[in-house]
Design a protein around this ligand. Structure first.
Ligand code: HPA
Length: 242
């Protein structure tokens, strides 16, 4: 069993709150801590992966970047769950839409995360695992989205190992199966949560549309980002009592 500090997180278990919000981008983690948390303290900065813990209203919350892709979120979430005592990780990120119903700026909750990655092979399962979100987190977060009147969808998402995929037909195959959007981290997060007996949820905003080609302006991205943050922070607050 590994102990702390780890090669990737130079902190002690008490430095993190029960719930950690994980954007991909370290500068976004810094922005969230500075904008939404009070008394935020930098608890990790190995490789520039900013991790902060502070207060959101009455609840202690941490925010730390995951980096891009499943190997990266795999490392950070494994260490947070298994070494640092974290219970809940909520990925907050962007995704490309695969569905006509899912428009740019909409929120998407990843009820399940399909994947083209081989991440599950480490578990030696005699079949195919369905990586899923934690139901309590999902239910709590959806209630928050409803409360603020956000446009949202709940369903299957794709966690892809490739942003630039060589197969031009790949997207339409996932789309045929009702997959709502593509991102690059949730499946590994859900598998690590399952293996550790902990909770995870991916909450995404649609930044671009892979079917219609529609994209968002910086100002529009800011509005949906604000909604996503409100949902994420209020969910952390509600989970503080679970
Ligand atoms: N693919 C993968 N991840 C993404 C995308 C995409 O098209 N858009 C935003 N994150």
């Amino acid at each position: 069993m590994a102990s702390y500090p780890t090669p990737h997180i130079d902190a002690a278990p008490g430095d993190f709150a029960k719930t950690v919000l994980m954007p991909g981008d370290p500068l976004r983690a810094k922005f969230i801590a500075e904008t939404y948390l009070t008394d935020a303290k930098l608890v990790n900065n190995v490789r520039g992966i900013h991790g902060y813990t502070g207060m959101y209203k009455d609840t202690r919350v941490s925010v730390m970047a995951s980096g891009m892709g499943m190997p990266s979120i795999g490392i950070y979430s494994w260490e947070l769950y298994n070494i640092f005592g974290v219970e809940n990780i909520m990925r907050i990120g962007s995704a490309g839409s695969l569905s006509e119903k899912v428009r740019v700026r909409d929120l998407v909750f990843g009820m399940a995360a399909s994947t083209n990655s081989n991440y599950a092979s480490q578990f030696g399962l005699p079949g195919t695992l369905a990586p899923t979100a934690d139901y309590d987190m999902l239910k709590t977060a959806v209630a928050q989205a409803k409360a603020i009147g956000a446009r949202y969808h709940v369903g299957n998402i794709l966690s892809s190992d490739t942003f630039y995929d060589d197969d031009p037909a790949a997207n339409s195959k996932w789309q045929k199966m009702g997959v709502l959007c593509i991102e690059m981290e949730a499946a590994a997060l859900y598998m690590n949560a399952a293996r550790a007996g902990k909770r995870a949820l991916a909450l995404l905003t649609i930044s671009d549309h892979l079917v219609t080609g529609e994209a968002t302006t910086a100002a529009e991205r800011q509005t949906s980002f604000t909604q996503m943050m409100e949902v994420a922070l209020e969910t952390a607050r509600a989970l503080g009592h679970i």
